[in-house]
Design a protein around this ligand. Structure first.
Ligand code: FAD
Ligand code: 2HG
Ligand code: ZN
Length: 453
């Protein structure tokens, strides 16, 4: 039981108006984006500076009060909500965005700045941010670092970890570590930013980061390729990064998912006839990338039809068929989300088998597959299953691990997959995780319900 004095002390740090306790105000902080995970909290605290974050964490550590750091609350593995009654530390007020360092190609941003805001700032100076995802206008710099978010351009620029030049963070002890100098070369010991990246709020709270920017590639071509079989679509998705130097995305969709998106949003079908599978491709460069994409596509086997966007508007319309999958699947009820990666040789077999694996466990379940085929990853969404019935999760993850894959390609472990960590990380690795956790969060207050089994 937390004493009233604790909440008074919190209010003393951040101001009374930034300690929310009214149940109506708490609602949006305790439930996750998918609707599958919801908890409760005695309070949401909204610090406005790194010093306030440090005082809040220090107080929580002293009083042994567990906390969940939260950014945009778009995470998909139940890691951003207080499932164990923790207090929520929202970092959305850490929204200071520094100016783009034009020559160095970098920017320093507060943890609460959205990815979309970083992208827009970069664009204004002829640069771009290498990470893009459909949640861009809610997902934050801090949240994408904490989850090492991937997104649509990993095959070109890497995931969030590859963009990090430095972070500022408050560890679970309340200590502030800051390394925001932004040097491209800086080989001076442990990569603390790299460790915080993907730590899912279990080691501390990221408060700011210096991010590398990438050159803007103004010439762009977007095309949707239709295939008669998912095998040929997957083979194409895996081959394209090698064939097209300017490739910036290769995304798989299946006929059933495209049909669902069209029905839900009232969109026209992309082709006169439906096809079993599709790969959405984007190439971007400082020269016209269309000829090299065209040459590559003409060498692919099993292409049934091709739609090339003549302009950006039509390009965005083609992207909509792919990007809308997440929001449209949500209309069917809270999905079970299994974001997995497979070795290239096992991906087609996985995609071919996973729907029947799910149906075998639960005949009423529907399986939706889409995602970053160019990275060897696929998003498995299962609808028609109760939120707390994890039999299909078990069956899908068993199939993934039996084929040598990873139980999380990019969304993280969260609370949803913590019991599965030992399937992809060895006992020695997990012990190293725990040692780090003990050192950086000795009171065990930072997101205690996620990541570690
Ligand atoms: P939150 O959801 O608030 O938190 C996520 C995790 O990070 C939690 O464990 C939380 O405790 C921790 N955390 C948050 N902020 C901090 C901080 N400052 N310090 C320490 N820990 C913190 N993900 C992808 O990887 N690729 C995609 O393509 C993608 N597309 C998406 C599309 C949609 C429509 C949606 C809804 C989600 C998508 N996601 C995707 C998932 C999600 O957007 C990412 O995981 C994102 O990184 C979460 O950022 P956030 O600010 O919303 O973090
Ligand atoms: C995407 O790639 C996101 O669109 C979300 O990672 C995936 O909804 C999902 O399962
Ligand atoms: Zn994704």
């Amino acid at each position: 039981v937390i004493s009233e004095g604790f909440f008074d002390q919190l209010a003393g740090i951040v101001g009374e108006g930034h300690v929310l306790r009214d149940p109506d105000l708490l609602a949006s902080y305790v439930g996750d984006w998918t609707g599958r995970f919801s908890g409760s909290t005695p309070a949401v605290v909204r610090p406005g500076s790194v010093d306030e974050v440090a005082e809040v964490v220090g107080l929580c550590a002293a009083e042994r009060v567990p906390l969940v750091p939260q950014g945009g609350n778009t995470g998909l593995v139940g890691g951003s909500v207080p499932l164990g009654g923790e207090i929520v530390v929202s970092v959305l007020r850490l929204d200071h965005l520094g100016s783009v360092e034009e020559e160095a190609g970098q920017i320093t941003a507060g943890a609460g700045v959205t990815v979309g805001a970083v992208q827009r700032a970069a664009k204004a100076y002829g640069w771009a941010y290498g990470v893009d995802l459909a949640s861009r206008d809610s997902a934050t710099v801090g949240g994408t670092i904490a989850t090492n978010a991937g997104g649509l351009h990993v095959l070109r620029y890497g995931a969030t970890r590859a963009q990090l030049l430095g972070v500022e963070a408050v560890l679970g002890t309340g200590a502030v570590i800051s390394h925001l100098g932004g040097l491209r070369k800086d080989n001076t010991g442990y990569d603390l930013a790299g460790l915080l990246c993907g730590s899912e709020g279990t080691l501390g709270i990221v408060t700011a980061a210096t991010l590398r920017l990438v050159p803007q590639a103004n010439e762009r071509v977007v095309a949707l390729l239709a295939f008669e079989t998912s095998d040929s679509a997957i083979a194409a998705g895996l081959a394209l990064p090698r064939l097209v130097p300017s490739l910036s995305a290769a995304e798989l969709c299946l006929g059933s998912g495209i049909q669902l998106v069209c029905d839900a949003l009232g969109l026209p079908p992309p082709f006169p006839q439906p096809h079993e599978a599709y790969v959405l491709v984007e190439a971007a460069a400082t020269y016209d990338p269309a000829p090299e994409l065209e040459t590559a596509v003409s060498s692919l086997a099993g292409v049934a039809d091709v739609a090339v966007a003549p302009d950006d508007l039509r390009g965005a319309a083609l992207w909509r068929y792919r990007e809308a999958h997440t929001e449209v699947i949500n209309t069917l009820g809270a999905p079970h989300k299994l974001d997995v990666a497979l070795p290239a040789r096992g991906l087609a077999r996985f995609v071919g088998e996973v729907s029947s694996t799910v149906a075998h466990v639960d005949r009423g379940a529907a399986t939706w597959l889409f995602g970053h085929v160019g990275d060897g990853a696929v998003h498995v969404n299962v609808t028609g299953v109760a939120p707390d019935d994890d039999r299909v999760d078990v069956a899908v993850l068993e199939l993934v691990t039996s084929l040598g894959g990873s139980i999380s390609a990019e969304h993280g472990i969260g609370s949803a997959k913590r019991q599965w960590l030992a399937r992809t990380r060895s006992q020695a690795e997990i012990e190293a995780f725990r040692a780090l956790k003990r050192a950086w969060d000795p009171a065990g207050i930072c997101n205690p319900g996620v990541l570690l089994p």
